[in-house]
Design a binder for this molecule. Structure first.
Ligand SMILES: [Mg+2]
Length: 193
């Protein structure tokens, strides 16, 4: 039987990009102006622009040297990835920033350091629907639905986030235990494309 392939998004699933950006903004503003749980929009600047943090400012924060290399690891993610590795192969499917010359490099360093995921297990693309897997996990609902249409015999899980609460994805969780339980079940039930 072929290897079970899990495709994991990076930001919000493995690393707390949104939280880290908000921590920088709040520190600069000197108050807890923005809370992660209040972020109703995936695009941070749509929420923060009124405080002067437009797209350009957000990019400046994210593109600072070492920002991506020192991203906060999401709680439970390391143990969860290890469990998923136990089911087969884990690949990270992540869209690179076109604004930063160091984004891809720092992401590779971070994934190796925190998850033992090497460059051969990272796909840097915004066209996630082109990549085959048995299971795909992402917090951006558009990605989930586009991928589902392409790989109809596979499974996807929408990673729970404040900005995707209105989406009707069939599988949704923010729990690594739940995700691993589903992955185990999906692997037992899998069909071949
Ligand atoms: Mg993400």
């Amino acid at each position: 039987m072929s290897t079970y392939i899990t495709l994991l998004d990076c930001d919000t699933v493995l690393g707390d990009l949104m939280g880290d950006v908000l921590r920088v903004i709040n520190k600069e503003l000197g108050e807890e102006r923005f809370r992660y749980e209040d972020m109703q929009d995936f695009w941070i600047s749509n929420v923060t622009a009124d405080e002067g943090y437009d797209e350009e400012e957000i990019n400046t924060i994210m593109n600072a040297d070492g920002f991506i290399e020192n991203l906060t690891v999401c709680p439970g993610a390391q143990a969860g990835v290890e469990a998923l590795k136990g089911l087969g192969e884990v690949f990270v499917l992540t869209k690179p920033s076109r604004h930063s010359p160091t984004w891809v490099y720092e992401r590779l360093i971070w994934l190796q350091k925190n998850f033992g995921i090497d460059a051969n297990h990272v796909v840097h693309t915004g066209a996630k629907h082109l990549v085959y897997g048995n299971l795909f996990v992402d917090d951006l609902h558009e990605n989930i639905h586009t991928w589902n249409r392409r790989w109809q015999n596979s499974h996807s899980v929408l990673w729970d986030a404040p900005w995707n609460q209105n989406d009707n994805a069939h599988y949704r969780t923010g729990s690594w235990n739940q995700l691993v339980n589903w992955a185990e079940k999906f692997k037992r039930l899998r069909r071949f494309c």
